[in-house]
Design a protein around this ligand. Structure first.
Ligand code: UDX
Length: 445
């Protein structure tokens, strides 16, 4: 009989994983402790913007017209415990307030809530990004608190926001940290379709599986900070970081991806993951191994300050008092409504603190941004955001911004100065329309 699957936590990761498991043909029960989320998901709507996810959900959620009915949601741990053969834990592990370490309280709560309801044989699979050593500890929690025969596996998730559905259905690789052939067999059954379609299946122990995730994110963060460090040098030396990235990227050992210089990385993963990794390495006495990540973090944070300075220069070099600044973009990346640790909002907030009148526009992120930065002004379109602006900052590379007509926008501003914090606009077109176009790490025209 086909395995029955539960998914605990219905954020970006859990909601996508639940819908993807139903797409793969399994009966799925999703759980969240927030009843409003469960209500929303049960009615076929997702609480965030993620391309393709709502369609996938509606194809399977019970009650939706024409759906397979394979996907349901609940707030009951008892129901989840009784239903599943395999339980995926997908809750988030944010950065602790004022510390580098990650906050494990949601993971711990999920395990202690679930364990007493596991009466039969079951496999619990951790997907959250956790400090190495957590799986070992959580396996003991299951051992001590579950009445049934319960095993743990660790199966990190590598999905990117904006591509979550595709990344989940067609992963680059599947990594499973297991302690028994039985756990491996069950996970091979769960992932049979992507594996048959070519996704590599890598079997490891617990600590390696946990580390693969933090190592991968640290590598990506390092790549971005490397190119941003080169952008700093290019600016000092009159070089062009975009050409430099293209040229070094032709070397296959380096590769062309993740070498886009600009205001740097943000979001709910890369910044907090490298910090939590450093904190954990410190506990293990291996802090020296990761001191370079401190530099990766500071190069990244410096980008935001640098953009503020470029904006100051653009409005005359002195104070922002009385100056109007338009910020295009609020999310940490395009095709997402996620504003967590967003460079765009950080820059907007810094300028406002220094007296600037900042108006932000984002195609999908205005509502989330408003909750986090309620004192900033928000516009309903790029055209409205730039009205009367002394400088326009392009900080999240939405397609909509690339398609703007600089000539039309130029009619609305007070000065035609645009600072491209993502190296994504067509500088020539903006210059041809009479704008002073400046990009990070590139020569001034
Ligand atoms: C990341 C990892 O890519 C993913 O594998 C992991 O599971 C979760 O963390 P995500 O946070 O969704 O995914 O975004 P990603 O596409 O990695 O971008 C992160 C940040 O880096 C964004 O702010 C993006 O704008 C920035 N970035 C990315 C750059 O500044 N330059 C680049 O070349 C690439």
């Amino acid at each position: 009989m086909a395995l029955k699957i539960t998914v605990i936590g219905t954020g970006y990761l859990g909601a996508t994983h639940a819908a993807a498991m139903a797409e793969l043909g399994f009966e799925v029960l999703g759980l969240d402790v927030v009843p409003e989320k469960i209500e929303l998901l049960s009615s076929g709507r997702v609480p965030m913007y993620e391309p393709g996810l709502e369609d996938l959900l509606r194809r399977h959620v019970a009650g939706a017209e024409g759906s397979t009915g394979r996907l349901r949601f609940t707030t009951s741990w008892e129901e989840v415990g009784a239903f599943g053969d395999v339980h995926f834990v997908c809750v988030n592990t944010p950065q602790k307030h004022g510390e580098y370490a990650c906050d494990m309280s949601f993971v711990d709560a999920a395990f202690t809530s679930l364990a007493p309801h596991l009466h039969g044989p079951a496999l619990v699979v951790g997907k959250s990004t956790v400090p190495v050593g957590s799986a070992e500890r959580l396996a003991r929690v299951l051992e001590e608190q579950s009445p049934g025969d319960v095993e743990l596996a660790w199966n990190p998730e590598f999905l990117r926001e904006g591509f979550a559905v595709d990344d989940t259905l067609h992963p680059d690789r599947i990594v499973v940290g297991v302690r028994s052939a039985h756990a491996e067999k069950l996970l091979r059954e769960v992932y049979a379709t992507p594996v048959a379609e070519g996704s590599p299946f890598v079997v490891t122990d617990y600590p390696t599986a946990e580390l693969v995730k933090t190592a991968a994110n640290s590598f990506l963060a390092t790549k971005i900070s490397f190119i941003n460090a080169m952008a700093e040098v290019c600016e000092a030396a009159g070089g062009d970081v975009v050409k430099l990235a293209e040229a070094i990227g032709h070397d296959e050992r380096i590769g062309r991806k993740f070498l886009r210089a600009g205001v740097g990385f943000g979001g709910g993963c890369l910044p907090k993951d490298i910090r939590a990794f450093m904190a954990r390495a410190g506990e293990l006495g291996a802090d020296q191994a990761l001191t370079f990540l401190r530099e990766v973090d500071s190069v990244n944070m410096r980008r935001r300050g640098h953009m503020v300075e470029l904006a100051r220069e653009a409005v005359g070099g002195g104070s922002f008092l009385g100056k109007r600044v338009a910020v295009l973009g609020a999310t940490f990346k395009p095709d997402s409504d996620d504003v967590r640790d967003s460079p765009a909002l950080n820059v907007a907030g810094q300028i406002q603190l220094q007296g600037g009148q900042v108006t932000v526009y984002d195609p999908k992120g205005n509502d989330n941004a408003r909750r986090l930065f309620p004192t900033l002004a928000y516009a309903d379109s790029a055209q409205e955001a730039v009205r009367g602006a002394d400088v326009v900052l392009h900080l999240t590379e939405w397609r909509e911004f690339r398609e703007l007509d600089p000539a039309v926008l130029g009619e609305a501003v007070s000065s035609r100065i645009v600072l491209d914090g993502r190296n994504a606009l067509d500088g020539e077109a903006w210059r041809a329309a009479g704008w002073t176009y400046r990009a990070m790490g590139r020569p001034r025209a």
